[in-house]
Design a protein around this ligand. Structure first.
Ligand code: APR
Length: 238
């Protein structure tokens, strides 16, 4: 059986970005005003910004973590979890998103390359640990009891994304690479499609608008992820 020009059972790698969660009510980053929920990215998403004003950064991430309770996975998240369950070949979902919507939809073979809102990182003992509630400057590390040394376990600009070796290996051996809901503005994720092309994978983009890397894709389908992702998964599986 052939789907999207590939035999079912081939290796599939999917990359998602903020557009995947937009229909769940989670704001994307590069909206028209270029601000990120009223903040310059440099203020709240860099180690320098955290060193300069830890209270501002904690407040920003505490608010986004709290907002997770108010949002639900959308039909696009649920479709990707179904695809993972029913896809006969290798499957890996790499997300740039730090929300937990893929997990809540049932995705398991999942890498959060930019970290997760619901994890903390103690700079005193280097432990990384689940963190559901507010963190703030006075957070106490449950592992070493240090106070005020816990930061969000989020990959900030200038820091190395997580599990890049595993991601690179998956992309270099995939037959189908699908990018969903990302602007292609931030590397290394924005370069994944070029690696996939280099190894001969078919490359498909599902996005509201053409991304900055659209030229590298064999096919681009425009629309809202909650609508076009389920349609694509039905096509692929059925
Ligand atoms: N359905 C599908 N795509 C959508 C939707 C939607 N409902 N709404 C927006 N989009 C698309 C936009 O067209 C845009 O291309 O999602 C993309 C969102 O782009 P960004 O806001 O740049 O988010 P993302 O690409 O995930 O950013 C990458 O940048 O700031 C860093 O670490 C942060 O992980 C983030 C990274």
């Amino acid at each position: 059986m052939v789907a999207d020009g590939r035999r079912i059972g081939d290796s599939l790698v999917i990359l998602t970005g903020a557009g995947m969660s937009a229909d769940s009510g989670v704001p994307t980053f590069r909206a028209a005003d270029g601000l990120w929920e009223g903040h310059r990215v440099e203020e709240v998403a860099t180690p320098e910004g955290f060193a300069r004003d830890p209270a501002l950064v904690h407040a920003f991430y505490d608010a986004r973590r709290a907002h997770l309770a108010a949002v639900e996975p959308n039909a696009g998240h649920l479709a990707l979890a179904r695809l993972e369950r029913e896809w006969p070949g290798n499957f890996l979902l790499v997300t740039q998103n730090v929300d937990d919507l893929h997990e809540r939809a049932g995705s398991e073979r999942l890498i959060h390359m930019h970290g997760e809102l619901q994890r903390g990182w103690c700079l005193a003992c280097d432990h990384r640990l689940p963190w559901a509630g507010a963190m703030g400057e006075g957070a106490v590390c449950p592992a070493c009891a240090a106070t005020g040394q816990v930061r969000p376990d989020i990959v900030w600009f200038g820091e190395m994304p997580y599990q890049m070796d595993r991601i690179d290996e998956a992309i270099r051996t995939c037959d189908l690479f699908v990018s969903i809901g990302t602007s292609g503005a931030v590397y290394p994720a924005a370069g994944f499609v070029q690696t996939a092309r280099y190894v001969g994978a078919r490359c498909l983009e599902l996005n509201l608008d053409p991304s900055q890397g659209s030229i590298f894709f064999d096919e681009t389908r425009l629309g809202r992820a909650s609508e076009i992702v389920p349609r694509w998964v039905d096509e692929l599986l059925d």
